[in-house]
Design a binder for this molecule. Structure first.
Ligand code: NAP
Length: 278
């Protein structure tokens, strides 16, 4: 990698800037395509000033993570359709001084399903959760012709999301999950329930008996890779889709937003495997 006056800087803005594994993934991809880009951590203290810095320093783009995904919206000049619908920002692209926010959860999830040859058209899709990721996923699943049923602990949020998508979208609280799953072709856990290093690790919102052979079960949680839900799904002979694949397809989409070029998927995939346990 050769840094010079033309090097385009992509920054990462999030509380995990020290521990994020994505620097190697993006920089390997830039190198593979011989692009004069570099991906670096930013330690933002005052978010408003950090965003002004993107503009004033000519930073090409930033990847955005917790705790800024919602707060950064008001400092963007515009939002793309994915951010307008989901209410979160995962990427800010500097388009000649105009900062445009976008997100990639939905496209990442849909592509993780697509690589497992899951066709969403006409399928009944139960989505657990109504947070930032669930919102973008629900819109994208609906765009692909999936018949969405959203269930969330806070039912108001499920209702709000369902109504934002359209009148054909069902919503309920988690107590209706067993009934909803009876008719479902696909289940997507888009909650943080089951995440590593939390009190719900090794727990699932879904009882194993509610899963059926042949059902598609996706968990967007990336760590652990095999959540309790996915372990149960494998035992019930469901088709399983892993959260770390969604992460890869999100990175692929972000690469295109950062550079305007198609990502070298295999290079990024190998880099992700290399850094996963480091
Ligand atoms: P978020 O906006 O904070 O939403 C969290 C969701 O989880 C809400 O629907 C919340 O329900 C639900 N929830 C949390 N604790 C719960 C509990 N004890 N019981 C029932 N429901 C519970 O978070 P997010 O950004 O959407 O992320 C959700 C998860 O997806 C996280 O684990 C995140 O790491 C993961 N994720 C993965 C990827 C990927 O690429 N693989 C991308 C984005 C996010 P309430 O509304 O009732 O609070």
């Amino acid at each position: 990698m050769k840094i010079n006056g033309n090097t385009k800087v992509i920054g990462f803005l999030g509380s995990t800037y020290r521990t994020s594994k994505m620097y190697d993934v993006y920089n390997s991809a830039f190198q593979a395509l011989e692009l004069n880009f570099v991906y670096v951590p930013f330690h933002g203290q005052d978010l408003k000033k950090a965003v002004e810095g993107i503009r004033n320093l000519g930073i090409a783009a930033v990847g955005v993570s917790i705790p800024y995904k919602v707060k950064i919206m008001k400092y963007c000049d515009d939002l793309d359709i994915s951010s307008k619908r989901s209410g979160t920002v995962a990427v800010v692209v500097n388009q000649k001084g105009r900062l445009i926010g976008g997100t990639t959860d939905g496209i990442g999830a849909v592509n993780a399903l697509k690589e497992q040859k899951v066709d969403l058209k006409g399928k009944k899709v139960v989505i657990l959760g109504a947070g930032g990721a669930a919102r973008d996923i629900a819109f994208n699943v609906s765009d692909k012709g999936g018949r969405v049923h959203i269930l969330n602990r806070t039912i108001k949020k499920a209702q709000f999301l369902a109504q934002a998508i359209g009148s054909n979208v069902d919503y309920s609280g988690l107590k209706d999950l067993q009934i909803a799953l009876r008719k479902a072709d696909i289940l997507i856990n888009a909650t943080s329930y089951g995440m590593a290093n939390t009190e719900t690790e090794e727990k699932s919102l879904v009882k194993p008996a509610w899963l059926r052979k042949g059902m598609v079960v996706m968990d967007i949680i990336g760590k652990p890779r095999k959540t309790k839900l996915l372990k149960d799904a494998l035992k019930q002979e469901c088709k399983v889709v892993y959260g770390h694949r969604m992460l890869l397809w999100q990175a692929v989409a972000k690469f295109k937003m950062y550079t305007g070029m198609d990502a070298p998927v295999t290079v990024m995939e190998k880099a992700m495997e290399r850094v996963k346990d480091s």
